[in-house]
Design a binder for this molecule. Sequence first.
Ligand SMILES: [Zn+2]
Ligand SMILES: [Zn+2]
Length: 249
Amino acid sequence: MADRDDFHIHATRYRRRENPEDPGGATVAEQIAAARSNGTRRVGIVEHCNASPRHPWPCLEELRTEFEAVADPECFRGVEADLLPGGLDSCTIRGRELLKLDYVIGSVHLGPPDPAGFSVYLGEEFVRLAAAAEHNPNIDVIGHPFISGLRYAAAGAVPRWSFDLVPLPWQETLLDLCRRHGKAIELNCRDISEPGWLAFLDRVRRSGVRYSIGSDAHDTGRQKFAAGLWRLVEDMGLDPELQWYPGKW
Ligand SMILES: [Zn+2]
Ligand SMILES: [Zn+2]
């Protein structure tokens, strides 16, 4: 039976507020309390680590300070780092040490108009994910692969998003690289009935790759997305032995 884990929960209190009067989003303690009330077993708290002015480095240091008060061996501290050209990440091993992280999720965050065109975007995301899986020792989890395709669909660059738009050899190459280099692939999807994504999930099952479950909740309410993923992992028969958590391997 799959463990009810969620390793992609954002503590959005730790980002720069547009308005100083704004009380800000969820703290680490609030997200952990919500996760426990949802029946989540292992809880992973992250915030973005990238060059955006919304996520300056001191915010991550504040998150670390709050997390230091957590004395729960099943709660883990991570970041969601941007994957850059060449599969490098915006956290780096030095940042990981300074923040005393348990894990790093590496995600591609691109959107129209940069890079221009859907097919250019798709190719760029594949190249970055594959390079990170193969060459970046700082990355534990490949975050929400190809989810930025939704932004291109929203901008009208493609009629609709489906995971089927990712060429099959790319899907298989990414899973193979993750399997060979011990990276977990993140299961993180808003539309868990999308046939293309379900077919990808079946490829995850057959590939023998490690997987991590992430709701990508930016507030306490959105942690509910994890429950759909837990059910699906169970129903599709993914191997519980391959369910990743920090320090398991
Ligand atoms: Zn992301
Ligand atoms: Zn996220």
